[in-house]
Each structure stands twice: as C-alpha cells, then as structure tokens.
Design a protein around this ligand. Sequence first.
Ligand SMILES: O=C(O)CCC(=O)C(=O)O
Length: 291
Amino acid sequence: MTTARPVSGLTSNGAAIPFNDTYFVPMTDSSDLLAEPTALRERLRRDGHLLLRGVLDPDEVLRLREQYFAQLDPGFLAPGTPPVSGVYSGTVPAGTGEYGVPGHPAHSFVRSPQFQRFSEQPVLRRLAETLLQGPAQLLPRKIVRHFYLGSLRASRAHTDYEYMTRGTDQLLTTWIPLGDCPLPMGGLIYLEGSHTLTPDQLDPLRDVTDRPHDSRPISHDLRWTAERTARRWLWADYTTGDLTIHTPHIVHASLDTGTHRMRLSADLRFQLDGARTDSRWTRPWSADDGA
Ligand SMILES: O=C(O)CCC(=O)C(=O)O
C-alpha cells in the first residue's frame, strides 16, 4: 500500500505543518545512479541524502517487520490482523514499559540474530563502501524506531553529527523503513540543502524547541524550521525495499504517524574502517543509553 495523495493535518511531535508547496517538495529518486558510483557519490555530495528504491528484498524486510510486531503484547495489534501488518489496536497494553529500555521488545529486537543478519546483509555494506570509497564498518549502535497513531512522537529536526561528535564525520546513515511508509505514516523527511548550513546558521534554529534542556535537537516545530531557513522538506512515499542514505550534517526529521498501520524503521551507521569512532556508538542501542 502506498499513496502519493496529498494529505492534510500533518504534525510532528504534535506541531502542525501544512502539506503544500511552501513546506514540502518531493525527494529526488536516485535509484537510476545505483550502477554509477561516481555519479552516486556526486549526488550524495550535492544533496546530502539519497533515496534508493527497491534495494532490499521486500520479503526479507517484511519478515523483520513481522518478527518485531509478533513479539509485542498481542493487545498492541488490532484484533484479527496479522503481525506483519502492524495495525495498531489503539491501546498500549498495560505493562508494555518504556520504549527501547531493557525489558521492552525493541531492546531485545536490536540484539536478535534476525536483526543482526538483516543489518549485516552485503548490499548495505557495499553501498556504504561505494559511497565512502573504502572498507567500512557498521557501528554496533543500531536503532529501531516504532511510532504509532496518537502518540504524537516523531524525530525532531536534527543532524546526526550532534549525537556523534566524538567520532569522525566521514560516516553515513542508512534509514530503512520496515514495510511501506507513505508520508502520513511518518517517514523520514530532509530539509533541502541543509547539509551546507554552518553551525552558526543552525544554532538559531534551536530557539523554538520542546526540549530546552537538550542542545542537540534543532526543533520539534518543522513548520518554523522551514520558515526560518526558507527551505522545504523533501518527502517520499516509501515502499518496502526502499531506503535512504544521508550524511551526518543534513537536517532531517519525521512526521507523527497518522495511520492505523504502525511505523517501524531501522537506522544503521557506517564509517570507514580505522576512522575515529564515537565510543557511545560501539555498544548495542538502548533507549536509556544517553547517546
Ligand atoms: O526514523 C526516524 O524517525 C529518525 C531516524 C534518524 O534520525 C536517522 O536515521 O538519523
């Protein structure tokens, strides 16, 4: 299921942003450059991100989606729907616990052999090595994000480097929707050309924030971020098997999940072998690890 239909009523962390040409523009599909390494690298340098469609085997992606939702309390899923659909029941079962900490299914999921195998599949490493131009390593801190209707939880505008400042910035993030992810479901969006913004240009964007105690995110208010920078958000309707790759300096965010189907994704980071590593990224992810 995908939809490119314009939708209304988009929010991110509860803050509204209209779906129109002032704030949104479709992301460029760079899949046609997959067999042209030089052109692919040039596109990444130019845009700070790549949308690559059909890179992964959809069956494998769906198997992982199914494995995640199958280990949730069945009360999370709408009655009569299979785990692979990930349709929210509308109620978080009592006792689910805090997201991603020990005891929560997301915590054990990122440590499972299935997730390890999925993240280590050669096609992902090969892509990273093509773009980084050398042997690359996958950082052990791999994150799975699960968002659902009504939680008004999404990724605030941020750059990855703010969370990895003790290591090299010669690294790449691969973002993988685990299942179809049309815009209203809350896929990743990029602020156009924002990988060229300097720290001095980024700092004032933190003036409007719902996390005043945390200097790393930029803003939860994506409309304000777009207006303040006079830039639009690049969006896509993702299909199972698609992924994006981005540099650590591009501003990106996600929208709140506005569909009954739940949003599930993984993000993996690759850097050149031997490059300085931020020690916080050398251990499996836990939502309470502070990184
Ligand atoms: O999945 C998301 O909403 C955010 C992911 C992200 O920020 C990243 O991959 O760097």
